[in-house]
Ligand binder design. Structure first.
Ligand code: SF4
Ligand code: SF4
Length: 374
């Protein structure tokens, strides 16, 4: 196992995410605890020492299951991370109640890592709102030893992250981001990582395989990668990409069975960062894989929209939604936008289309987006 130094700790470079644990009868809330215990035992025996759960995973049962399973090991033998569920605004005023419950569910006296969960467009105002005293409460828990390291995870845009960092960046110790070779450009992970560097905040990675999508590639892409590194499997490329960046200290993978776990651990027996040519080829291939609306974000169209729709932002989100095959990101982001500026506010006047150099049929795309979000 490759290890990374973080302050005075030695973290396994691969951490076990627990949002896709093995299930009974395919039901998300029914975790197969026997299989989970088997995976955790294998993980611990093969050097993984970091486990990442959250209030909402598996309908709240991930924390419970991990509490039970990890309870068999000495508290010093693993690092446990969980998060404050600010993805639901109804939780904002309940930080103390939720935190106490989380300790109980996880059967621990302290969390090694604790995160503001999912900082994004929808909740940034609330996270920054002092009336909820979230940061104040969590900082206090850190002072009294019940949180060892405080950080945040983010699915929001660069600007949202910037707002969060301007307020709390001086005491955030780590940030968990969705980074993989698709999202490097697609979700602007590159700029977000640069922003974190400015604050000297180390990076934790989530969705390194984009929900498993990067474990199986189309034939053409697979051939390209095989030519570059014949000995490397397709999944390994996603991890080798991340191993190229020294600021990444933790890569979390939500593994669902022992086979995946064994494969991933084998990859992390060594670090094999990409060279410049390999990186270039991989990012080119990633660009080809994202077949969406070819908006270049030139913004020529935006001043022409009578309803102030941020057209390039909506098209970017549309592409994300199509590529992911649905998912929570687009609905969540759109919910945070005033109704009069949402895709549904498009009146098909086509003023934007008249100036679009890419000749995108914007009104049709927005109408399709509205349909897909139903
Ligand atoms: S077609 Fe829709 S998006 Fe384009 S300018 Fe008109 S209202 Fe705005
Ligand atoms: S004019 Fe066309 S390419 Fe430019 S931002 Fe608008 S939709 Fe995108």
């Amino acid at each position: 196992m490759v290890y990374k130094d973080f302050q005075n700790l030695r973290l396994s470079a691969l951490g076990m995410g627990t949002m896709r644990l093995p299930l009974i009868d395919g039901k998300d809330e029914q975790i197969d605890e026997a299989k989970t215990a088997e995976m955790v035992e294998y993980a611990m025996n093969h050097g993984i020492n970091y486990f990442d759960t959250a209030w909402g995973y598996h309908g709240g049962n991930s924390e419970l299951a991990m509490g039970k399973v990890l309870g068999r090991y000495s508290r010093e033998s693993f690092y446990l991370a969980t998060k404050f569920p600010g993805y639901d605004l109804a939780n904002m005023s309940k930080v103390e109640e939720i935190f106490e419950k989380q300790l109980e569910k996880c059967q621990v006296e302290y969390f090694d890592f604790y995160l503001f969960h999912n900082v994004c467009e929808m909740n940034i105002d609330a996270y920054l709102d002092k009336q909820y005293k979230i940061d104040e409460y969590l900082t206090k828990q850190k002072e009294n030893g019940r949180i060892r390291h405080l950080g945040f995870s983010a699915h929001g845009s660069y600007d949202v992250m910037k707002r969060f960092l301007e307020e709390y960046g001086d005491h955030m110790e780590f940030c968990q981001l969705q980074i993989n070779y698709i999202d490097w450009d697609f979700q602007d992970a590159k700029s977000k990582m640069k922003l974190l560097k400015e604050y000297d905040i180390p990076v934790w990675v989530m969705e390194p395989l984009r929900g498993g999508k990067l474990s199986v590639l189309p034939e053409k892409e697979e051939k390209t990668l095989k030519t570059l590194r014949p000995e490397e499997g397709i999944t390994a490329w996603a991890f080798r990409f991340l191993q190229t960046f020294p600021e990444i200290k933790m890569i979390l993978s939500g593994m669902s069975d022992l086979k995946q776990l064994k494969e991933n651990i084998a990859i992390f027996e060594s670090e094999k960062p990409l060279n410049d040519d390999e990186m270039k080829a991989l990012l080119e291939l990633a660009g080809d894989m994202v077949n969406g609306v070819p908006c270049t974000a030139c913004h020529y169209c935006t001043s022409h929209c009578p309803n102030g729709i941020d057209i390039p932002a909506m098209l970017k989100l549309y592409n994300e939604h199509i590529f992911t095959g649905g998912g929570f990101l687009a609905p969540m982001t759109i919910q945070a936008i005033p109704e009069e500026n949402r895709p549904s506010a498009c009146v098909s006047c086509r003023s934007c289309e008249a100036v679009c150099p890419q000749q995108i049929k914007i009104s049709e795309v927005l109408a399709d987006f509205v349909e897909k979000l139903k």
